[in-house]
Design a binder for this molecule. Sequence first.
Ligand code: SF4
Length: 276
Amino acid sequence: MDDERIIQSWAERPGRHIVNLSGGKDSTALAIFLRDKIPQVEYLFCDTHKELNETYEYLDRLSAYLQRPIIKLNAQRGFDHWLDMYGGMLPSAQVRWCTRKLKIEPFEHYVGSETVWSYVGIRADEARSGYVSTKPNIHPIFPFKEFGLALGDIERLLEESGLGLPSYYAWRQRSGCFFCFYQRNSEWVGLMERHPELFAQAKAYESERGGEQFTWRQGESLSTLEQPERVAQIKREHERRMARERANRPDRPLIEVIGAALDAEDDDQGCDICHL
Ligand code: SF4
């Protein structure tokens, strides 16, 4: 089947067609890619109410570009309620209750039992599988994988649309909650310097209950991370990685150098739903 026929076969499928936006570059590029190809697509954003302002601004710009509303879904109960229900245990990569409660359940509740074609922005150059619902009425489609679109293609789509990358990319390269535990050390320092009030809020979530420490980062609290000597060390290590990445590929734009340096610190792929 040629490319046009593939798109047409998707567009003709009966049911709802949905793109779940995360506020990140890949799901945004997917919305741009599909805008004129599948006009009935609905654009959703599951709002945790713990996002950066930059994310809301980026979504507003995307909505203007698409000339379509982005429907914001809210969990019936927010992060603080669920944190209480989980006994103060902060979410982590191992126990990621936040994604289920604040992203997956609101989406699945919203679509109910209707047939849904859920377009997912996993790129052709990524090994991760993306969110695949266990509900039998929600069917994933992976356009970037289908058409072999990789990082460079995504950047080109964003550039040509005029949207570019989200502005937070200058210091943090994953969308999602300001306190996301997937942040690398240098991204936490970026949060502390650019949004000190949010850093303070993230720190206030860390606690000790029944002799157990609940911190965002394994083995180190934010109170320790914010100490000047620790910040200086994190910055030094980040600069070292930046210099190495610049030397490896001097032709790359700064934003890519930052991304490569962050990945060199920790290349865990992050959340399949929040970081797209
Ligand atoms: S962005 Fe991070 S903290 Fe927020 S819901 Fe997703 S995984 Fe959880």
